[in-house]
Structures are given as C-alpha cells and as structure tokens.
Write a protein that binds this ligand. Structure first.
Ligand code: FES
Ligand code: FES
Length: 158
C-alpha cells in the first residue's frame, strides 16, 4: 500500500505493508531511530510519537493509520536547528541517564505543554504516568518539564 503523509513537516510517500507497526516503519523504513521500542506492548511509552499532534504509541499503531495524516517524531521537535525547549531542559536538568525513555518522555511532555502550558507537579506526573524510566530519573524529569514550562524560572540560578 502506498501511504502519503506529512512526516516532521515534510510530505512523504512510502510503499509499505499497512499492517506493519508504525514503530517499525519509523525505525526501519524511514531511519528515524529516535523513537524507541521498550516493551512493544503499550506499557512503557518509549515509542510515543504524535499523530495529528496527539500522542500515540507507535508500537500499537499500524502504518495504515498514518495515511493522509501528520506524523511527528522526536526528530521533528527541533526547529531551524534549535532544540525544543523541552530537549534543552532535559539536558540542563540531567534528566537523561541511559536515554532510552527520553524521546517518549519528551513527546508526552510536549503533548502536555501544548494543552497545559503551566502544569502543576501532579499534572506532570499524571501526564507521564504511562512513560516508564528504568533509571528512576523521575525527579529530574519532573524538574525538566517544570523548567521548560517556565514554572521554575527565577528559582534556577539563585
Ligand atoms: S514500546 Fe510502545 S509502549 Fe512500550
Ligand atoms: S533514562 Fe534510562 S530509562 Fe529513563
């Protein structure tokens, strides 16, 4: 099946088995290896991408779902060579340890901030409840999201 879609802002066409997992299409057919496979069963969030600006688990989404739609991956968050504020905040708050969960964490955090630019800590925890970090870097991850949201500005360099 030939799929037509927008990938990270650019029109793409791809001949692919429509039943193939979006995760595999991204990593194997499109070379976008930023999206990670953790559990492969919808439990860990490491494969999170956006479909029409809404987060989906690419391990549970088949390629047929992207036809005519907009797909955004972690590689698409930077604009004009500038990292997204969340990407910078994750680095600055040392919220990246092994980094395996990081793309999914950032995509879920981005989805939160698009809908709620100033979330509370509880709202951040709730939004990231489906994303598992095996390195237990949750406090740094929460701080990174708060930093990107601007909530902690003024408190960071005191
Ligand atoms: S790999 Fe998709 S949720 Fe874990
Ligand atoms: S940084 Fe290692 S799984 Fe989160």
């Amino acid at each position: 099946m030939k799929l037509q879609f927008i990938l990270n802002g650019k029109s793409r066409e791809l001949e692919v088995n429509p039943a193939k997992r979006l995760l595999d299409v991204l990593r194997e057919d499109l070379g976008l290896t930023g999206t990670k496979e953790g559990c492969g069963e919808g439990e860990c969030g490491s494969c999170t991408v956006f479909l029409d600006d809404k987060p989906v688990l690419s391990c549970l989404t088949t390629a047929s779902h992207i036809n005519g739609r907009k797909v955004t991956t972690i590689e698409g968050l930077a604009e004009d060579g500038e990292l997204d504020g969340l990407q910078t905040a994750f680095v600055e708050e040392t919220a990246v340890q092994c980094g395996f969960c990081t793309p999914g964490m950032i995509m879920s955090s981005k989805a939160l901030l698009m809908n709620n630019p100033n979330p509370s800590e509880d709202e951040i925890r709730a939004a990231l409840a489906g994303n598992i970090c095996r390195c237990s870097g949750y406090s740094q991850i929460i701080r990174a999201v708060q930093r990107a949201a601007g909530e902690r500005s003024g408190h960071l360099h005191e």
